[in-house]
Design a protein around this ligand. Sequence first.
Ligand code: 5GP
Ligand code: MG
Length: 179
Amino acid sequence: MSNVKILDKEFELFIPYEKIRSVIETMAEKMNEDLKGKNPLFLCVLNGSFMFAAEIFKRITLLDAEISFVKLASYTGTNTTGQVKELIGLNESLENRTVVVLEDIVDTGITIDNTIKQIEAKNPAQVQVATLLLKPDALVKEVELDYVGLEIPNDFIVGYGLDYDGRGRNLIDIFKVVE
Ligand code: 5GP
Ligand code: MG
């Protein structure tokens, strides 16, 4: 596929769908092994993770697996430490559950660190994290990631659920910005 233009930026093909799918198949195989008998609750962090979550969840063969969808809402707190993001949309009790967080991408790790802390406050038995993509060179938080699809360099990417200013989520492949 040739380059795509989204708003003011040009993007080039970076990870073709076939590669994404094979990485997800491997992640799902490992999850099916690890999560046997655990009645796991998968938590898809919207919006960016919706394609990844669908692709992984249909490969989870455990009949006791459940999935739910949450979102991080930005609001201005009363402190001056910047943006605080609150986990919203959770209807299930996490008490004593095995929770598997599904993230599209871990960049600095601040978002996932904050998400894990809010989940842990709800007394789950265990919290695992699965991210399709990881930018290891951007990490500023020490986070434990149980399943990592692909490590990528610090380039801005779109596609497969990830957006540039709301656009590009419907691209089936992942593209990176052309500087
Ligand atoms: P972090 O808090 O780890 O720095 O960032 C995580 C969030 O930033 C992701 O959930 C995603 O929404 C966004 N993000 C980080 N890197 C990229 C990228 O390359 N492309 C897009 N579209 N979003 C990104
Ligand atoms: Mg995300």
